[in-house]
Design a binder for this molecule. Sequence first.
Ligand SMILES: Nc1ncnc2c1ncn2[C@@H]1O[C@H](COP(=O)(O)OP(=O)(O)OP(=O)(O)O)[C@@H](O)[C@H]1O
Length: 243
Amino acid sequence: MSKEISLSFKQVSKRVRGRQLLQNISFEVEKGSICGLLGPNGAGKTTLIRIVTGLVKPTAGEIVINGSSIVTQRKQAVQELGAIVESPIFFPYMTGRENLRNLARLHPQLSKKEQRERVESVLEIVSLQDRGNDKVKTYSLGMKQRLGIAQALLGRPSVLILDEPVNGLDPMGIRDIRKLLLQLNEQYGMTILISSHLLDELQKVCQHIVVMQEGKLIWTGETKALASNEESLEDAFIELVSR
Ligand SMILES: Nc1ncnc2c1ncn2[C@@H]1O[C@H](COP(=O)(O)OP(=O)(O)OP(=O)(O)O)[C@@H](O)[C@H]1O
């Protein structure tokens, strides 16, 4: 039986002021899998994530998200997604719960009661229910990142896209995010695309890896094919990008 595909990148290119930022990027992410986007600085990971989340348009090519094209059916495609691109934005003098309630209002199809229930459920998923009444300015970076994921979960997305979600976090913060991503994947069958510089971290959560360099896709496949037991993903990655 063929696997269902959640995200399909088809010949995606982006050119800005004569500069080729992305060139013919094609790959697929299976439904219910976690895929890692790996690449040195300037490889084009953030540019690709900005395109898949509908923030910028590709110059050529398209991305299909659960059957809807981000180019021609942007509204439907974006409804499938929850995302953090760069840093999540909050009102620091409001509590975590208030920040989420504010955003929940952007889902007018939900009644007031449903909005409140949705907020409580995402707070619980990211383990912030006990700190929900504290102002965001008192949160650690790890807590802010988890609140950002809670924001992304408000619309009950089937696909979660995270750009560098563990950047700057301490080991405990990194572990919390790792556990959360695995939980979202296992319990809710969520498809996750995650970019990170922390190669070992990607190795712990991703079944598939896509390696980019200078706007091109240079390798894609199963994580275990890129790094065997004896070789760390980091070594394999450095070997690949220095070919
Ligand atoms: N709007 C733009 N105009 C011109 N150049 C851009 C634009 N956006 C990004 N770039 C350039 O495109 C290249 C890819 O940037 P991008 O941020 O996508 O890479 P990245 O892989 O996410 O890098 P990093 O890991 O450092 O975040 C960089 O050289 C960047 O300077």
